[in-house]
Design a protein. Structure first.
Length: 258
């Protein structure tokens, strides 16, 4: 039987894919009681994942809720691995790069096996741990205040520590990618740190699977099109692909498994 976290994450996927899910159908699908499903939906609605409506749940379109790092690792894990591998191929010997915190950037770190003389700055605790055993990579950390649910550092200490650096590339794993709202994230301090990361880097790379398009969080990192490269999957909507091409953004597309 699935754990509560796994069941709730799958409920969100069902609701988003089907547009609506009834309590009775979800109870049958997961072999649990209607009481358990109503409890799940109360939790999901409270945290912004779905909206309850007359014995059912519908997607909460627009602003997206923040997942913990452990929940994010379970979501689209295989696709994140492929995106991480594609992004890692953009890192060359001798590069100086920033890897933002996040599960997708952790996959980039995991794929950096054959590079030499590379310097990586990160505000992600688990990203630094992933890189710690890799030869040929010097690891720097921003410092700052640790957000335990995200395993990321941010705040004035992190920003002050970055101001005297310059990097070739920054890699951002984003929470939302919207035509009007741009690239966004959930946390104000992390958004501020991400903006500084972009300012001190020659080349800005965003990594976003296609589920992030049309979604937005509260705090903007970058306006739509104000990046150099996007790494995404073949599920990217055509209007986004065309808009990025019109703005001369390099788009790297990996195949999305059915």
């Amino acid at each position: 039987m699935k754990s509560a976290v796994e069941r709730r994450m799958e409920i969100v996927n069902v609701v988003n894919q089907d547009g609506k899910a009834r309590v009775e159908d979800l109870a049958s699908r997961f072999s649990v009681s209607s009481v358990t499903i109503r409890s799940d939906l109360s939790f999901l609605e409270k945290n912004g994942y779905v909206v309850r409506s007359h014995g059912a749940a519908i997607p909460n379109t627009g602003v997206i809720a923040e997942l913990t790092v452990h929940e994010k690792r379970r979501h689209n894990a295989g696709l994140k691995s492929v995106l991480g591998q594609a992004a890692a191929e953009l890192i060359k010997d001798g590069d100086t790069v920033i890897l933002d915190s996040g599960t997708t950037t952790r996959e980039i770190a995991s794929s950096m096996a054959n590079v030499d003389d590379v310097v990586v700055m990160t505000n992600g605790l688990d990203v630094a741990m992933e890189l710690s055993s890799k030869p040929g990579i010097e690891v720097l950390m921003t410092g700052g205040v640790l957000r335990k649910n995200a395993l990321s550092f941010s705040g004035s200490q992190a920003e002050n520590g970055l101001k005297n650096y310059r990097f070739d590339k920054v890699f951002l794993g984003v929470d939302g990618f919207d035509l009007r709202s741009g690239i966004t994230t959930h946390n104000e301090q992390e958004a501020s740190l991400n903006r500084l990361m972009c300012d001190i880097s020659e080349h800005v790379v965003a990594i976003a699977d296609s589920s992030k398009f049309g979604k937005r969080s509260c705090y903007m990192i970058r306006e739509f099109g104000h990046i150099d490269t996007l790494v995404t999957d073949s599920g990217i909507p055509e209007e986004y692909l065309q808009g990025l091409h019109d703005m001369k953004v390099n788009v790297v597309i990996v195949e999305k498994a059915d």
